[in-house]
Design a protein around this ligand. Structure first.
Ligand SMILES: CC(C)(COP(=O)(O)OP(=O)(O)OC[C@H]1O[C@@H](n2cnc3c(N)ncnc32)[C@H](O)[C@@H]1OP(=O)(O)O)[C@@H](O)C(=O)NCCC(=O)NCCS
Length: 274
């Protein structure tokens, strides 16, 4: 499959791939698919796929005060449903989500699925990550432009570990980039672990892992390396930084740019379980 050729080693520089043929959408063991949705795609998904949302999700959407936020939620949740439907060969509207005790969205129906997923979004961009039999977390943030007026060390306090604070304090050339890198890595890791920022963020440290190549990082908890994970920075745009953490050794990560053609391309859920 085309996007399986992008391995973890080259994911940082991989060209964005669009996948016009959903029948080719198969997740193999150790493969991770990261889908990038821009505001155009989210808008299209909002108008074409909103019918797949559950009553709960419609109610959740109605609670957004701003139309743009509401539409962004509807679009990314619809797209999440559509992609999971394709991966699991079932109708998107048949899926039921629940949240774990610490708030991580998980699939309730179908139950016993091997599919793991996670979502992140920021100002018109969303990343949706999928893999089998693992814990997965993703984060995306826009770069902060007001560099001079921000004390990044203070912003990271209570979230960054002492080791991360000292990396940030010694960043002279581009502290905003260093901050964003640590922040996205930390959130991706904590979202993979399921608790987000609720789970003692300062006891985890993320740092560059030079051995596997540029863009790789690793994580430790209270000084002990967390092994068997693939952790990557994701370059998703000039002003946007992403990070992925997945509990799979040497995972093959593909970054796929989503276009409306993938659901308009006569893919049919007819006959699939509902
Ligand atoms: C989870 C958390 C890191 C998200 O950070 P963020 O930068 O604001 O948001 P992101 O865009 O990266 O991620 C949002 C997505 O993460 C997912 N998410 C929510 N809680 C999560 C968790 N505990 N673990 C993993 N993923 C989570 C959802 O899919 C959400 O998407 P949605 O808005 O479409 O529902 C942050 O909200 C947090 O740490 N919260 C603490 C957990 C919490 O408050 N739980 C309350 C219930 S006990």
């Amino acid at each position: 499959m085309q996007h399986d050729v992008a391995t973890a080693r080259i994911a940082r520089n991989a060209a964005a791939l669009s996948l016009p043929d959903p029948s080719q959408l198969v997740l193999r063991d150790r493969a991770v698919h990261v889908w990038m949705l821009d505001e155009h795609v989210i808008g299209q998904a909002c108008s074409s796929l909103a019918y797949t949302l559950s009553q709960d999700e419609r109610q959740h959407a109605r609670a957004y005060r701003h139309e743009r936020d509401r539409n962004n939620f509807i679009g990314r949740r619809s797209m999440l449903r559509w992609l999971i439907g394709v991966y699991l060969c079932c109708k998107p509207e048949s899926l039921r989500f629940n949240v774990s005790t610490l708030g991580k969205p998980v699939l309730q129906r179908p139950c016993d699925t091997r599919l793991a997923f996670n979502v992140s979004h920021t100002d018109g961009i969303a990343l949706l990550a999928f893999a089998l039999n693992c814990r997965i977390g993703i984060d995306v943030e826009r770069r902060i432009n007001c560099i001079d007026c921000i004390d990044f060390v203070s912003v990271g306090r209570g979230i960054f570990s002492p080791a991360e604070e000292s990396v940030l304090a010694s960043a002279r050339t581009d502290p905003a980039a260093t901050f964003l890198s640590i922040w996205t890595r930390k959130e991706a890791l904590l979202k993979a672990l399921g608790g987000g920022l609720l789970i003692e963020p300062t006891s985890y440290t993320t740092e560059d892992a030079l051995a596997p190549g540029e863009g790789h990082w690793h994580a430790s908890k209270k000084g002990t390396r967390i092994s068997g994970w693939t952790c990557l920075d994701l370059s998703v745009g000039r002003e946007v930084q992403g990070a992925l953490a997945v509990s799979l050794d040497d995972a093959r990560v593909a970054l796929c740019r989503c276009s409306p053609s993938i659901w308009a391309n006569s893919y049919s859920f007819a006959g699939m379980p509902s």
